[in-house]
Ligand binder design. Sequence first.
Ligand code: NAP
Length: 281
Amino acid sequence: MRLLIGKPLAEKMHERSRERSAALHARGIAPRLAAVSVGIDPAANAYQQRLAARGKKLDIAIDEIDLPSDTSERQLVVTLERLGTDPRVHGILLLTPLPGTLDEGHIVDHIVPAKDVEGMSPFNVGLLADGRPRFVPSTAEAVIELLKFHGIALRGARATVVGRSTVVGRPVAYLLLNEDATVTVAHSKTPDIGTITRDASVVVVGVGRAGFLKGDMLAPGATVIDAGINVAPHGIVGDVDVESVSAVAAALSPVPGGLGAVTTELLLRNVLTAAERQQKD
Ligand code: NAP
């Protein structure tokens, strides 16, 4: 079985982003991302740490705006709107999940679409659903970029996505449709998911359950993309039962080592795109 490693693709993107960042700096524009979190300890959050490290290498300033866990919806909205009108800020990332009292669906309405580098605002969600993606959730985009980079054919392929969240399952399904795949989406209320995944040549799983996807749920020769991130006693694992899947699948994106690095590079690439577009507007 082939491993669909993310690092070579991430490095390629990183090189291109370095050129774009340098070109912006040469014009006196310092690309800047505001990463807003509520009740998260940034030092303990692996994603924030990786973003900060990779952003530094690209000369993208990252403002970590860490609000306390008792922040009200109004306070969070005011913060997002202030960043939306701050000309020094080119991209806004709202880290999720939010603490239970905050309604994410309502709050993302206040991320200005031009700075919505994680594709959370209804405007960007609508463009994606309309087949005209602009900013899309970076994990979902990483799924498609990784498949393409490793030469997995998508046109006419039967693809099954397990999970229907706004950050993983739904945007992956729309992006696969844009690539002319024939897409089925399964979720927690889908009976006998194995009959649907066995019908697919490409399976994307993002449910948040270690060992969820087993080899007997796949057709021989399938390609599997694992978007899961689960904390296990021995470290981070995905949603795939690697031992049984390895015996059946032709290709698998590992966790760690698959989507993660690509996701970070795509988010940072979107900050550069936002900065470039804001100069033209
Ligand atoms: P989520 O919002 O909890 O969504 C999980 C999805 O999986 C839901 O659509 C749920 O179905 C489905 N599901 C749960 N149990 C299932 C089961 N037994 N059978 C079939 N479907 C099931 O989680 P998420 O944010 O999408 O994250 C999913 C995984 O990807 C996690 O491991 C997470 O760490 C990882 N990830 C998350 C992000 C992020 O930005 N949040 C990014 C990258 C990776 P229902 O809709 O019916 O409840």
